[in-house]
Design a protein around this ligand. Structure first.
Ligand SMILES: NC(=O)c1ccc[n+]([C@@H]2O[C@H](COP(=O)([O-])OP(=O)(O)OC[C@H]3O[C@@H](n4cnc5c(N)ncnc54)[C@H](OP(=O)(O)O)[C@@H]3O)[C@@H](O)[C@H]2O)c1
Length: 341
């Protein structure tokens, strides 16, 4: 098939949500080892907002399309004769990208990146799964290596990644403490057996010391700064601090990520406890087999109803600026999905 005309949302210049503009583009003819995909739904993550302002470690240069995750339908493909049985025109796939580019109506992707959607799984629900749940699997299994009965502290337990951590943690039988502040957090977390700590009103270190005097097996942190030191101090012998972002000081995230990553490396030199960094786009790039099996697994869980990401809003792709603005005003809790068609 020939070139396809389509629209995408790009960050023209770093800045506020108005920096997101619609542009027309042409998808080139099919390349060997690739598929061309018509996008149905895109998951919006906090990382997209950081990248829009130019404050993200794996920053793309402007102009670029934000977004790490999408669900779409295969338009055509060229496997050079290595045809997996599931790959057909029209088949629905989910994808997590290694470089942001998801706010688009069409995209060309290498075949290894496409994971088939279980038959009948709602594309909006599926688009809420890839990045948050792959991050949760990386944090819990690859780096945290936690198991049944372990006590863990989950920072930001009500956010996208936080919800994935609490749900998978519940299924693994973890004893969970979670920080949050949004309205309704306490009730929502209680339903998953998570003990709520309001990070705006309580000091999580004081609370945890009282409740877990022998320390916790793991702390999962996306804030950085003093949280890292406090989290590390809470670890029981053999425990692990897994850091997966450094988002505590908007506007300083690149510098804080570089500094924070170094601190994690230094902590890891001390005996008795571990510290680890999770960076999923890089983990996908370096381990395609992990990516494919982990994404297949969580999509299967979504299909069976074992995980059910909370969708806060579904907006048309062309309203991406409104979605970012609403998220920044904290008007939406739950995952935001952009519908491309
Ligand atoms: N390492 C990776 O590969 C990877 C992958 C995906 C995402 N990330 C990063 O992970 C972070 C979370 O992403 P997301 O999409 O889940 O964001 P999100 O949905 O916006 O959730 C962030 C949560 O953080 C909570 N929070 C804010 N300040 C806090 C504090 N001082 N202490 C504890 N919690 C606090 C908020 O809770 P309340 O609303 O309840 O106040 C919010 O629910 C982002 O920094 C993102 O860039 C990293």
């Amino acid at each position: 098939m020939s070139a396809i005309r389509y629209r995408k949302i790009v960050v023209e210049r770093f800045g506020d949500p108005e920096a997101l503009q619609t542009v027309e583009a042409t998808l080139p003819a099919l390349q060997t080892g690739h598929a061309r995909v018509k996008v149905l739904a895109i998951g919006v993550g906090f990382t997209d907002l950081m990248a829009r302002t130019g404050d993200y470690l794996l920053q793309r240069k402007v102009p670029f399309s934000p977004g790490y995750e999408l669900v779409g339908e295969v338009v055509d493909f060229d496997t050079a004769g290595q045809n997996p049985a599931w790959l057909k025109d029209g088949v629905r796939v989910a994808v997590a990208l290694t470089k942001m580019a998801a706010y688009t109506e069409f995209i060309s992707l290498p075949l290894w990146q496409l994971v088939p959607l279980p038959e009948g799984l709602d594309p909006h629900l599926a688009a809420a799964v890839p990045l948050d749940y792959l991050t949760a699997l990386s944090v819990l299994d690859t780096h945290g290596r936690v198991g049944q009965g372990d006590a863990v502290l989950i920072q930001g337990a009500g956010g996208g990644v936080g919800q994935a951590l609490t749900r998978l943690g519940e299924l693994r039988g973890l004893r969970m403490y979670g920080t949050a502040s949004a309205d309704g957090s306490e009730e929502r977390l209680a339903r998953q057996g998570v003990t709520f700590i309001n990070y705006r009103q309580q000091d999580f270190e004081v609370e945890l010391r009282e409740r877990e005097p022998d320390g916790v097996q793991a702390v999962f942190d996306h804030i950085g700064g003093t949280n890292l030191t406090k989290g590390y101090r809470l670890l029981a012998p053999g425990g692990v601090l897994v850091s997966y972002a450094f988002s505590g000081r908007p506007g300083h995230m690149v510098a804080d990520t570089v500094r924070g990553a170094l601190r994690v490396q230094l902590m890891n030199l001390r005996p008795g406890r571990r510290a680890a960094l999770s960076m999923v786009p890089n983990e996908i790039k370096t381990d395609h087999a992990w990516y494919r099996s982990a994404l297949e697994r969580v999509l299967g869980m979504a299909h069976r109803g074992e995980i059910a990401p909370r969708i806060g809003a579904v907006l048309p792709l062309m309203k991406a600026a409104d979605a970012h603005a609403a998220l920044e005003r904290r008007e939406i809790t739950g995952k935001v999905i952009l519908a491309a068609t």
